[in-house]
Design a protein around this ligand. Structure first.
Ligand SMILES: Nc1nc2c(ncn2[C@@H]2O[C@H](COP(=O)(O)OP(=O)(O)O[C@H]3O[C@H](CO)[C@@H](O)[C@H](O)[C@@H]3O)[C@@H](O)[C@H]2O)c(=O)[nH]1
Ligand SMILES: [Mg+2]
Length: 195
């Protein structure tokens, strides 16, 4: 509860696929004055993402797919390297990320570790993302992955040496926020050390 906000009005601007609302509200500033503010908020639900790693091989599983919003904003071919991720449907974050890992990467993991949660674009997008990590092994591979054909996902699965993937942040080959956060988490916490 925030007593500095009052008179919240919501106007629907678009519900074509996800929902874009315009909120008008009064916010009390440091001097005690109430000021009218307008903020648009894009609601596409919440999401989950996971770093799949293999200590013995020193590798991680990442995905590559076409992301239209990046294509119109400076990404030459629109392809983005990312950790496996999906939007929460009716399920909880843990069940969601296990389902997405299987659909997108082909690995069926049953032990996942919850790491943290983060708002990724708090000025305009409501979404909070739940972050996970899990160890994968060859015998957990049940399909080639690639995502759901009817959703036209066309996801490519990449198995990369962890140090190579980590260096791709510096080189600019990896430019996705959640992916950078997970690779850095793994580095800082020595997730791939087998000792
Ligand atoms: N027709 C249509 N389909 C859409 C649209 N937007 C998304 N889709 C479909 O909805 C699917 C959603 O796939 P998910 O795997 O569930 O989600 P995601 O797009 O990978 O999202 C994940 O990554 C995002 C980017 O980092 C995260 O923001 C999100 O939380 C999640 O973790 C997309 O692949 C696409 O097929 C749209 O505007 N129109
Ligand atoms: Mg996805």
């Amino acid at each position: 509860m925030n007593h500095k906000i009052r008179n919240i009005q919501k106007i629907l601007l678009s519900d074509n696929w996800y929902t874009l609302n315009k909120f008008s509200f009064e916010y009390q500033n440091q001097h005690g004055q109430w000021q009218l503010q307008h903020r648009e908020a894009y609601d596409r639900g919440n999401g989950a993402t996971i770093l799949l790693y293999n200590k013995a091989k020193g590798t991680v599983i990442l995905t590559r797919q076409f992301r239209m919003p990046t294509y119109i904003n400076g990404n030459p071919d629109g392809l983005l390297i990312e950790t496996c991720a999906g939007l929460l449907e009716q399920d909880n974050p843990e069940d969601c990320i296990k389902r997405e890992a299987e659909e997108e990467t082909g690995y069926k993991v049953d032990q996942v570790q919850k790491l943290f949660e983060a708002y990724m674009s708090p000025g305009s997008v409501t979404e909070i993302i739940h972050f996970f990590a899990a160890e994968y092994a060859q015998d957990m591979q049940v399909s080639a992955g690639g995502g759901l054909a009817h959703e036209q996902e066309n996801i490519e699965v990449l198995e990369l040496d962890f140090e190579r993937a980590y260096s791709m942040i510096q080189s600019g080959e990896i430019k996705d926020g959640k992916t950078i956060m997970l690779l850095q988490y793994a580095k800082i916490n020595n997730l791939l050390d087998s000792r």
